[in-house]
Design a protein around this ligand. Structure first.
Ligand code: C6P
Length: 409
């Protein structure tokens, strides 16, 4: 990949921050946008904006076509069997809540068990925690081993005929671990459990294949994969979507309404109440096309190289502790760490003064923080437009932070 050429596609990457060139290493929070995505959005508003699935005039036809083409782009990107299985949401969080308030609400009973991993983002934990409270269901947690990978023996022993739902982060937003979801799904299915995969961090970085994974539900967020904010996707096998009641209701999700009856719309529109975020979907299509042109395998290979380099260099910083797998083949693009004697927020502030953007805090994964015995971590997260030189700058700034704050013995 010609990274210098690629970087020119991203207008924000050439800006200065605090009199220094921006080094953007907070890609797990959100990614920057290429001109192609920005232009797809402005092109919509300049040329063919109209509400979708409603108008009988040309603009409305064009806009509806563009919206539905975006659905097809998502289907292709995640290799789903049909566009019936692709529902647009606001983000991964809304996609996960949709499952909790529809399928899970209707199918879980007191005493049923929900198995989730200790690596879950709050978005794939809190909805299940609240559901368990409402239903009297029981949450079982798959622990992580010391090497930052899931304890698969524990997972196997937690599964039973009582397990109704399994929630797994495909890729941890803290450790960066890529979890063995295909194997985990097969094991859960043997017990008759439905599996929800949180793909918010995996979809931007590795090839995703719904038919190969055989998962029942998969959630992603457009803004983490070059797309605009406010657009996400819920994939569900059509057998699930067919059996589920709508989540929100109103316009768009109905075929017919009389004073004494309602007929729901066909899939997938049954789950898209109200005017959808077609701007977001159209931007997401441009993002997907950009990723496809580079190739997901190429992106993954480059990011793994970058992660290997980052792990090697960051370990030279005195008193640094890096969380998650030390084997770069087990993770991708995310390095969470602490430096003894320096609070992660201070690390973030010092890095900011050098023009370097990282995230510090609990990363919306407080159960994992508790498990690691800390309240916060610093986290650098990469995308394919980052370079080794940027990692060198990061390491230099980390040494500076250690020098300023980290005198504690
Ligand atoms: N993680 C991070 O900095 P939303 O906010 O709905 O787009 O994505 C939620 C979400 C769900 N699952 C995982 C694994 C995630 O990493 C995230 C978002 C960001 O780590 C913002 S908290």
């Amino acid at each position: 990949m010609d990274i210098e050429k690629i970087r020119k596609d991203f207008p924000v990457l050439s800006r200065m921050v605090r009199d220094r060139p921006l080094v953007y290493l907070d890609n797990a929070a959100t990614t920057q946008k290429p001109a192609a995505v920005i232009e797809a959005i402005t092109g919509l508003y300049r040329n063919y904006n109209a509400n979708v699935h409603r108008g009988v005039y040309l603009l409305a036809e064009e806009c509806t076509q563009a919206y539905e083409d975006s659905r097809e782009a998502v289907r292709r990107f995640i290799n789903a069997g049909s566009t019936e299985e692709i529902v647009f949401t606001r983000n991964a969080t809304e996609a996960l809540n949709l499952i909790a308030y529809t399928w899970a609400e209707a199918n879980l009973r007191a005493g049923d068990e929900i198995v989730v991993t200790i690596m879950e983002h709050h978005s794939n934990y809190v909805p299940w925690f609240r559901l368990a409270r409402r239903k009297g269901a029981v949450i079982r947690i798959v622990p992580a081993r010391k090497d930052g990978e899931l304890d698969m023996d524990a997972y196997r022993s937690l599964l039973s005929s009582r397990t109704k739902l399994v929630g797994i982060a495909h890729m941890s937003n803290v450790f960066g671990t890529i979890n063995p979801v295909k194997e985990m799904i097969a094991l859960a299915h043997r017990q008759g459990a439905a599996v929800v995969v949180d793909g918010a961090q995996s979809a931007p970085h590795i090839r995703i294949d719904m038919q190969d994974l055989d998962c029942d539900f998969f959630a992603l967020s457009g803004h983490k994969m070059l797309g605009p904010t406010g657009i996400g996707v819920l994939y569900a096998k059509s057998s699930y979507f067919k059996s589920m009641e709508p989540f929100l209701s109103g316009g768009e999700m109905i075929l017919r309404v009389t004073l004494d009856d309602i007929v729901y719309n066909d899939l997938p529109w049954k789950f898209e109440a109200g005017t959808p975020n077609y701007e977001g979907a159209i931007g997401l299509k441009a993002a997907i096309e950009y990723l496809e042109a580079l190739g997901m395998d190429t992106i993954e290979a480059y990011e793994r190289e970058l992660t290997t380099y980052a792990l090697e260099k960051m370990r030279t910083v005195p008193d640094i502790f890096v969380y998650g797998p030390s084997d770069p083949s087990k993770k991708c693009g995310i390095v969470a760490f602490n430096i003894r004697g320096v609070h992660s927020h201070d690390i973030g502030t010092i890095l900011d003064s050098e023009g370097i953007a990282i995230r510090a805090g609990h990363h919306c994964a407080q159960p994992l923080m508790i498990d690691c015995g800390v309240s916060a971590m610093a986290r650098a997260s990469f995308y394919f437009y980052n370079t080794r030189q940027e990692i060198d700058m990061l390491v230099k700034a980390l040494n500076k932070a250690k020098g300023m704050f980290g005198h504690v013995a």
